[in-house]
Design a protein around this ligand. Structure first.
Ligand code: H79
Length: 473
């Protein structure tokens, strides 16, 4: 059943060459994904597919309360405090006067991402709370006008990311708890507080869509983002047609921009891949806090995950994943052909929490040695999941990521013998490892101990052109 959502993505790709009626074409901008050829689509997705690993940054006014309001704490995510603490707009707005991230250092944030081996950064330009973290001309409720900081921190980050060679990208929430036409109609809730669902006053949606488009025009023209990562699309008043219109609008602003599937109504729950009943807008699926059981060739997706249990900073969330879990998640995702968008939630003073920095440094240390087995790779060539770890591939190479070291240091692989030329550890490239061909495959002699207990990478150099799928033991 896990394949269901993936199928739609394949259909979506297939649809890139579906002939369209004249009426459809005149209604569409020429940048609609449905009018793009497969080759054009592949070209547009190229950097993103090679990157494999990015940093998600959830930074906003919610970092001020940091998960606590009038003595009330919650297990829920920090950036949703305006919802779970039932904070009216007029009260929530006051956090802006306390938002003064004097320790913010764009150079340092980008360095942390880059040293972790991340190739792109996706930052919240506006989350559900409706506060613009960039200098917006169409709202006074933004970092430049409403905070004592008065600096466009995101401009600094965009400039620095590009300087250090990372792609710079934006998150943007369609759900907006601050927009005047939006209101909450729920028992026990202030009509101006946050909520899972909002309603729109008559005519409010059209006005809001115009506002969103103004903001998106600002974001694309002033910061030149490589991705627009929408969210909050599950509102009743937002339709797939609205999503397709917004998709075309953003592609019209920048032809080669990449847009996630949350621009429209395609996603099927938290696992983030599309439903199969029709063609939906967006370029990639967005599993949230989970990794799909399997990938599918030709389907683009990105798992976004937190390192503790919140996206926006909470002072008391100490449920950190270990570096081992994070590194193995990265490998697991790459072995299924996906990207890993790993979150940090900086504080209101502008610092990435040190437990996050420490974990990213550990990932970076592993990536420095083993990055070749992640960047630009394709999913595992094996028909079934490996028991001892994961695999990725490139033409002429298979990378085995060994999580569980074989007791005697011997690893048997079925049906690979004829193709393998040479075997070595990625951490020790010059030394060739012994392997024996046997009747149904090969046996690798890896030695007694892993080079890295988190994941030791073994490279199988194969004969290009005869790269057939084998069955692992
Ligand atoms: O920005 C972070 C969170 O604040 C936001 N997305 C990440 C990246 C977010 N996480 N959870 N939620 C928002 C709550 C929404 C959950 C769901 Fe649903 C909306 C569950 C049911 C409706 C997802 C969308 C599953 C079905 C539709």
């Amino acid at each position: 059943m896990r394949f269901g959502p993936f199928v739609m993505m394949v259909v979506l790709l297939g649809a890139t060459i579906t002939p369209r009626t004249a009426a459809q074409n005149s209604a569409d901008s020429k940048f609609s994904s449905q009018t793009e050829t497969r080759a054009q689509h592949d070209q547009r997705m190229r950097w993103w597919r090679e990157a494999r690993f990015g940093m998600f940054i959830h930074w906003g006014l919610y970092a001020v309360p940091a998960g606590e309001y009038k003595g009330q704490r919650s297990d829920r995510i920090g950036e949703w405090i305006m919802d779970w603490a039932n904070i009216p707009r007029s009260e929530y707005e006051k956090f802006a006067t306390q938002f003064n991230p004097v320790s913010f250092n764009a150079k340092e944030w980008v360095r942390i991402a880059k040293d972790a081996g991340m190739k792109y950064i996706v930052i919240t330009s506006k989350h559900h709370d409706g506060f613009s973290m960039y200098g917006s001309k169409v709202s006074k409720y933004d970092i430049v006008d409403a905070t004592p900081f008065h600096r466009d921190a995101i401009k600094e980050l965009a400039t620095e990311a590009k300087r250090q060679g990372l792609e710079f990208c934006f998150y943007y929430s369609i759900l907006d708890w601050h927009y005047p036409a939006a209101y909450v109609d729920a028992v026990g809730k202030d009509p101006t507080a946050g909520n899972f669902l909002t309603k729109m006053k008559p005519g409010g949606k059209e006005e809001y869509v115009r506002y969103m488009k103004e903001q998106l025009r600002e974001l694309v023209s002033s910061y030149d983002p490589a991705v627009l990562w929408f969210d909050g699309e599950w509102q009743d008043w937002w339709t797939e047609e609205d999503g397709q219109d917004l998709y075309r609008f953003v592609r019209g602003l920048k032809a080669d921009i990449i847009i996630n599937n949350r621009v429209g109504k395609g996603r099927q729950g938290m696992h983030g891949m599309n439903k199969t009943d029709r063609i939906y807008s967006g370029d990639f699926g967005t599993p949230e806090q989970e990794i799909p059981a399997n990938g599918l060739p030709g389907v683009d997706w990105e798992s976004c995950m937190t390192m503790n249990t919140t996206w926006g900073f909470k002072s008391y969330d100490d449920h950190w994943k270990s570096p081992e879990v994070i590194i193995r998640n990265l490998i697991d995702i790459a072995s299924k052909g996906g990207n890993y968008l790993l979150n940090v939630g900086p504080t209101a003073s502008g610092l990435i929490p040190s437990p996050s920095v420490d974990r990213l440094a550990a990932v970076g240390k592993w990536m420095k040695v083993n990055g070749e087995s992640i960047y630009g790779t394709s999913a595992s060539p094996f028909a079934t999941q490996l028991q001892y770890g994961r695999a990725t591939s490139k033409p002429g190479r298979v990378y085995l990521h060994i999580f569980n070291w074989p007791a005697n240091g011997r690893l048997s692989l079925h049906s690979w013998g004829p193709q393998v030329k040479r075997v070595y550890f990625l951490a020790d490239k010059k030394r060739s490892l012994d392997f024996q061909r046997d009747s149904d495959g090969i046996t690798l002699q890896l030695g007694e101990h892993p080079l890295d207990p988190v994941a030791t990478v073994v490279v199988l150099e194969t004969i290009v052109g005869r790269h057939s799928v084998g069955r692992p033991s």
